[in-house]
Design a protein around this ligand. Structure first.
Ligand SMILES: [Ca+2]
Length: 155
């Protein structure tokens, strides 16, 4: 039985390590696809100078939206984020941008128990803007340079 468990454990470890080695950014896609969102920095405090959370560090998630506020992606939440935790990396699963001209933006929030705090937004960007660029990474900042996000697109 112990040997059986060890074999199962080895298979599990191989699977986990294999997933780590697998680099999804190297795939090609039928449509421009956001494969990675990297939040490089957020403002230290809200517009009133208050911390995002009273009793802990902010719990951060992001959304990809368009100009009509349609939501295309909501990330998981990174709990209790400290300065050392940046950059935060989110890997959307198959976030294809079927309309290359449509303008998107990325909004960042601090998740709260009652209503989430809106932190800030960057954009607009379109898949075409990134595809016209020489690289597949597009870095955006808000107007006060306190929010910085890099979007990786594959196609
Ligand atoms: Ca808060």
């Amino acid at each position: 039985m112990a040997r059986y468990m060890i074999v199962l454990l080895l298979i599990f470890l191989l699977f986990v390590c294999g997933c780590e080695l697998f680099e999804p950014d190297e795939e090609t896609y039928d449509y421009p696809t956001i494969t990675k969102i990297k939040i490089i920095k957020i403002p230290d405090a809200d517009d009133n100078g208050n911390a995002w959370d009273d009793f802990s560090s902010p719990d951060i998630f992001c959304q990809v939206i368009d100009s009509l506020n349609n939501i295309y992606y909501t990330s998981s939440t990174k709990q209790d984020v400290f300065a050392d935790d940046f950059p935060l990396i989110f890997r959307p699963d198959n976030l294809e941008l079927l309309d290359k001209e449509r303008e998107f933006a990325i909004a960042v929030y601090d998740e709260d128990l009652t209503s989430d705090d809106f932190i800030d937004i960057v954009g607009p960007f379109s898949a075409q803007i990134i595809m016209d660029d020489s690289s597949n990474v597009y870095t955006m900042v808000n107007y006060t340079w306190t929010l910085e996000i890099a979007v990786t697109l594959r196609w």
